[in-house]
Design a protein around this ligand. Sequence first.
Ligand code: ZN
Length: 207
Amino acid sequence: MNLVMMGIQGCGKGTQAELLEQHFGWRHINIGNLFRSNIERQTELGKEASKYTEKGELVPDELVYEVIKDAIRKADKGLILDGFPRNLAQHEFLVENVKIDKVFLLDLDTETAIKRISSRRHCENCKRDYNLLYNKPKEKGVCDDCGGNLVQRKDDNEEAVALRIEKFYQETGKVIDLYRKQNKLISINADQGIQEIHRQILAELSC
Ligand SMILES: [Zn+2]
């Protein structure tokens, strides 16, 4: 089974992809995380990518394809693409490289998404993720696990998020339309609890 999880940033598609990975053993492919790890390790790919992400811009397609091809090769049971494809060119690339069975759209309004993302923090030291809305640390600004400082990612500020959401509707909207026409698209209300959304996705997959 090969899935695509779509939705604006903050819709929780990464969390749902992780739950599916645990449940079925399919490989969760998150483009953002793959790049972040390359940037942290200062690989050639990472250095090239950081030129864009530092300005709050998206990484160009050629760089994304290298990372995805590698990930597809390693996914033998199935895969869950998270944050890809985000435009028609990427969709074309996917058609040539892997067969997609179903596409989930986690539907969330822009205002809620911006609120969720600008509340994100992570530990500088151990990288554990927090959210000041629903996953707060016990002590303000301090990691529960290691006592490290909690910081905000450079690209999680409100302006950068709003820009990415606008771009999502301009570019990714066309891909969503395509999947809808192919009857692969399943839309889920993302303004619900994590477990409830997970339950609905499992129900859709079992039929
Ligand atoms: Zn920590």
